[in-house]
Design a protein around this ligand. Structure first.
Ligand code: 1PX
Length: 216
């Protein structure tokens, strides 16, 4: 069966739209859309080349854990991140201080993606304000060092740092985003960033209130 090219093609607009539908009017985050947003980002990363596959494998693995919760018998508790956190904490389904019985809790799994979302926010902000001769590898590693790196062991930081040097330049990056001219990319980034930041902040506040920002 022929696979339609459109299905494989990433577009930044699509990611924008999923992050837009993430937040309910009461500022709850729908897990289904959050996960869909991540799927789109992984699709983008896969277009950049196989050096990134160790990163996308980990992201896919975490996305799958969350999807399994969503589709599982307790799926109703996983509709929003808020209901997930309440359910898992109330039912003591989360390892709070050291890894043990619940290596696949929704709370710890989502926390890893949440931290990566901060990297994305910082990276996209750099891209948005970049100029033609800006270096994507530098922007990417600066964003990484300010965020995710603080949660990663030395060996992961080393591997990530090496992968960043294989990033394509700004022009190719914009092409892969598939939204049109550089000016249009900048405009879409300008629209996307506040949405990603809001989803990030709502999640960050929820995790802070529940004291689960350092889950093992
Ligand atoms: C575009 C270039 C992509 C650069 C991606 C930057 C993030 C670098 C992350 C390196 C992670 C290495 C893989 C291993 C990670 C895990 O050790 C670690 C901890 O998990 P554990 O507690 O279960 O052990 N996992 C994590 O921190 C989660 C990492 C998830 C990374 C997802 C990155 C997706 C990036 C999507 C790029 C999209 C760019 C979009 C531009 C429009």
């Amino acid at each position: 069966m022929a696979v339609a090219l459109e299905d494989l093609k990433f577009t930044l607009q699509e990611v924008l739209d999923t992050f837009k539908s993430c937040l309910s009017e009461h500022k709850e985050v729908f897990l289904e859309h959050y996960v869909a947003g991540w799927r789109g980002l992984v699709k983008f990363m896969n277009c950049l080349g196989s050096v990134f596959s160790f990163i996308s494998k980990d992201a896919v693995n975490k996305i799958q854990i969350l999807v399994n919760h969503l589709n599982g018998e307790n799926g109703a508790h996983y509709v929003t991140i808020q209901s997930m956190v309440k359910y898992e904490l109330d039912s003591q389904l989360v390892d709070l201080t050291k890894r043990g019985s619940f290596p696949e809790s929704g709370c710890r799994t989502l926390l890893r993606l949440h931290r990566a979302l901060r990297w994305l926010e910082l990276f996209l902000e750099r891209l948005r304000t970049s100029t033609e001769d800006s270096n994507t590898s530098v922007m990417c590693s600066e964003a990484y060092n300010e965020s995710l790196a603080q949660h990663h062991a030395w060996i992961i930081r080393k591997a990530a740092g090496t992968a960043f040097w294989a990033l394509p330049g700004r022009a190719t990056f914009f092409d892969v985003m598939n939204v049109g001219s550089p000016e249009q990319v900048m405009a879409v980034l300008g629209d996307t960033l506040p949405l990603i930041s809001e989803v990030y902040q709502v999640t960050e506040d929820l995790y802070a209130q529940n004291n689960i920002l350092e889950l093992p």
